[in-house]
Design a binder for this molecule. Structure first.
Ligand SMILES: [Zn+2]
Length: 342
């Protein structure tokens, strides 16, 4: 099979021929039909997530199961499947209580600690394959499996969005943020979208944002937020970019009982005043990907058309490097999508 390989972390992708994978006991092999690409992968490719290289990356995937190993009962050959990103144990208390991204015995991530799907075929533990519901195509399922399930978990479980909330979304025009706008609207919130270009803000408006802020054209972020909210601030501020300065703006923009949630990850420190937290009962927290159950829910909501995949660019998977360059230069609107041969 063809595979896009990172030989050492930090290197570009190289096209290589590898033998087709065979499933061991408890594993299955999927013919990849669609894949997504986002900034998380750019960060992973630097090596900061650990894992050993050479590595085939790619974890947002849709395809067809073509072989199953001994003892596999949850899926069968011919099933259309999406891939769950985390390689978890399945039996620790976090895996059992629906917070499996906190697994005590984590095996890492698909495409980092085990070969991913920027290749014709991928072999994984069968439990990492989830059936795609009728009405959702391979590309939609691939995008569901990071760009939609991540904001779904964030908005519902961490930010606890209510219909009367004003919600600030920082990085609203990016691959995850644009689906975050749709999730927040689906939960009934009023959305204030912030990003760095008019194109990204137009995209956010197109997908439901009620107000927009171009962060490159304002001096004082917090006073802009106050202006849009009658002086009270936002009930939830979600930071998909995750730089210390953007997350600080999120914290400083909170209303009484507001929740600031960071999803994007850049190292650094923010200032939190404990008196504000006490007097206003504010919450400053993070959100981590989603559970399998949340990915299933996300795909079902997408299958009925309530959230749509927003794709900025499609290239063949052997040209994934060009998509990475667009991600690095922040030129991509929405999600990057990879196409595969039939
Ligand atoms: Zn576990």
């Amino acid at each position: 099979m063809r595979a896009m390989v990172v030989n050492n972390w930090g290197d570009s992708f190289k096209l290589e021929n590898r033998s087709d994978p065979e499933p061991g006991p408890g594993e299955a092999v999927m013919k990849v039909r669609a894949a997504g690409a986002g900034l998380t992968l750019v960060t992973m490719r630097t090596g900061v997530f650990g894992g050993e290289a050479p590595r085939v990356m790619g974890h947002e995937l849709g395809g067809d199961i073509v072989a199953i190993g001994e003892g596999v009962t949850n899926i069968a050959t011919g099933d259309r499947c999406a891939v769950y990103f985390y390689l978890n144990c399945g039996y620790c208390r976090w895996c059992r209580n629906g917070r499996e991204t906190l697994c005590e015995n984590t095996g890492g991530f698909v495409g980092v600690h085990r070969d991913g799907g920027y290749a014709d075929y991928i072999c994984l533990p069968a439990g990492n394959f989830l059936t795609i519901p009728e009405g959702l195509d391979y590309e939609g399922a691939a995008i569901a499996a990071d760009a939609v399930n991540t904001p779904w978990h964030c908005m519902r479980e961490r930010a606890k969005i209510n219909p009367h909330d004003d919600v600030l979304i920082v990085g609203a025009g990016g691959g995850v943020g644009i689906h975050g706008v749709q999730v927040a609207k689906l939960f009934g919130a009023r959305v204030i979208a912030a990003d760095i270009s008019e194109e990204k803000l137009e995209l956010a408006t197109q997908w439901g944002a009620d107000e927009v802020i171009n962060v490159r054209e304002i001096n004082d972020f917090t006073s802009e937020i106050k202006k849009f909210t009658g002086g009270k601030g936002v009930e939830a501020a979600i930071d998909f970019h995750g730089a210390p300065e953007t997350f600080q703006s999120c914290i400083d923009s909170l209303a009484v009982a507001g929740r600031a949630v960071v999803i994007g990850a850049h190292p650094g420190d923010v200032k939190v005043n404990p008196i504000n937290l006490i007097l206003n009962e504010q919450i400053v927290t993070g959100s981590r990907h989603s559970s399998r159950a949340e990915l299933i829910e996300t795909m079902e909501v997408m299958a009925r058309g309530d959230i749509k995949p927003v794709v900025g660019k499609r290239v063949h998977f052997t040209e994934v490097e060009t998509l990475f360059q667009d991600l690095i230069s922040q030129d991509l609107l929405g999600r990057g999508s990879l196409i595969y041969d039939d």
